[in-house]
Write a protein that binds this ligand. Structure first.
Ligand code: HEM
Length: 389
């Protein structure tokens, strides 16, 4: 079935984009047109999205001009990042990094993350209200964590936050995106050269010591830096805004902090912020859910509707902190499943628990429906979150 166009704009902050919901109900596998005129298959059911993400014949190699996420700066000399690669190169590179992001390895970071959150809250409480929580907490925490983990000086955060935003924003031109990539990659390349001379106790230095070449390390550092802060920042803001709006949910977590882990998982499912995350190019004729997708055609797996699939998540529009829905697709699935998911979970858990414990009177300083949500970006989120206490 062909549908004219598909919009990625959310009109209800608590629901996936209306077009996606409609497609899931009416035509769960459809051929649609993007606002830029290009045609693509859209998958909306959990089973189909998962099958697509597992199948490496659906390529992530964005250097191929046919790939739906191909960008002008990805010429033949472009060195792809992990998320833009296919096996076997992807497999080898991912294997070299995975040890840095295991639950046990990251557990050692908990006290340091707690310290960062406590210091940010001390500073926030010492200042005047209302305050923008995005600036005071949601963005600094993941930025500080990923900087320290990689060995990137946090003092440079204005530079890397601005360039990451320019890279991922929907309203920047291909030239601006290319410039942002060049700026960040140049910055990481210089930093890596410094670490060649003077290694530190950080991920980039450890990769060098393990034999990764400085040239190969640039794209790795770039991706980890951009993937590691804005996504988590969006989830922190959305989670806190939701708890402040739905007071009974907030009280449930405050009365029983043991459910924080379940709350984080459910909030990840409920928001599934990576709006345009799962774009692939079919390298063969492949059947999905009874439909033949032909070689050279492009596919979008909509994790946001997949995570509201009632056959997998009963009462999917209910925010249920006792659900323990680990099979959600908010971090993707298969070979490209989010490398930093354990870190994101840890940060969210520490931030939510600490905010609820330390600022019991926290409240929204603007009505929930006046919060400026990021309705049109590749990741759903919040531009500004004014709170008082
Ligand atoms: C991949 C979401 C946090 C690093 C992904 C993918 C999704 C995702 C959906 C898969 C994309 C695809 O299939 O093409 C999220 C969300 C986060 C988050 C919702 C926060 C709540 C992080 C953090 C880091 C990170 C904190 C870094 C430390 C990565 C990397 C990949 C990735 C490196 C590529 C993995 C690969 O291609 O093998 N993420 N992410 N992410 N993420 Fe995350």
């Amino acid at each position: 079935m062909t549908s004219p166009t598909i919009s990625f704009t959310r009109t209800d902050p608590y629901r996936p984009p209306a077009d996606h919901v409609r497609l899931q109900a009416e035509a769960p596998i459809s051929r649609v047109q993007r606002p830029d005129g290009r045609r693509l298959w859209v998958l909306t059911r959990h089973e189909d999205v998962r099958a697509m993400l597992m199948d490496t014949r659906f390529s992530s190699d964005r250097r191929d001009p046919r790939h739906p996420a191909h960008m002008a700066h990805m010429g033949p000399d472009y060195k792809p990042g992990l998320i833009e690669m296919d096996p076997p190169d992807h497999t080898a590179l991912r294997r070299s990094l995975i040890g840095e992001f295991t639950v046990s390895r990251l557990g050692a970071w908990r006290p340091r993350i707690q310290e960062m959150v406590d210091e940010s809250i001390d500073a926030l409480l010492a200042g005047p209200a209302p305050v923008d929580l995005v600036e005071a907490l949601s963005l600094p925490i993941p930025s500080m964590v990923i900087s320290e983990l990689l060995g990137v000086p946090y003092a440079d955060h204005d530079f890397f936050q601005e360039n990451s935003a320019n890279f991922s924003r929907i309203d920047t031109t291909p030239e601006q995106k290319g410039a942002a990539v060049a700026n960040l990659r140049g910055y990481i390349a210089d930093l890596v050269q410094q670490k060649v001379k003077q290694p530190g106790d950080d991920l980039l230095s450890r990769q060098l010591a393990a034999g990764v070449s400085p040239e190969d390390l640039g794209p790795i550092g770039f991706l980890l830096l951009i993937a590691g802060h804005e996504t988590t920042a969006n989830m922190i803001s959305l989670s806190i805004a939701t708890l402040l709006d739905k007071r009974e949910k907030l009280e449930a977590v405050r009365d029983d902090p043991a459910i924080t882990v379940g709350a984080v998982e459910e909030l990840l499912r409920y928001f599934t912020i990576a709006e345009v995350g799962h774009q692939r190019l079919a390298l063969a004729d492949i059947e999905i859910g009874g439909v033949l997708i032909k070689e050279g055609e492009t596919v979008f797996g909509l994790a946001n509707t997949a995570n509201r699939d009632a056959s997998v998540f009963p009462e999917p529009d209910e925010l249920d902190f006792t659900r323990l829905a680990r099979n959600h697709l908010a971090f993707g699935f298969g070979p490209h499943q989010c490398l930093g998911q354990n870190l994101a979970r840890l940060e969210l858990e520490v931030v939510l628990a600490t905010v609820l414990r330390r600022i019991p009177t926290l409240r929204l300083a603007v009505p929930f429906d006046e919060i400026p949500f990021k309705e049109n970006g590749p990741n759903y989120g919040v531009n500004e979150l004014k709170v008082a206490w």
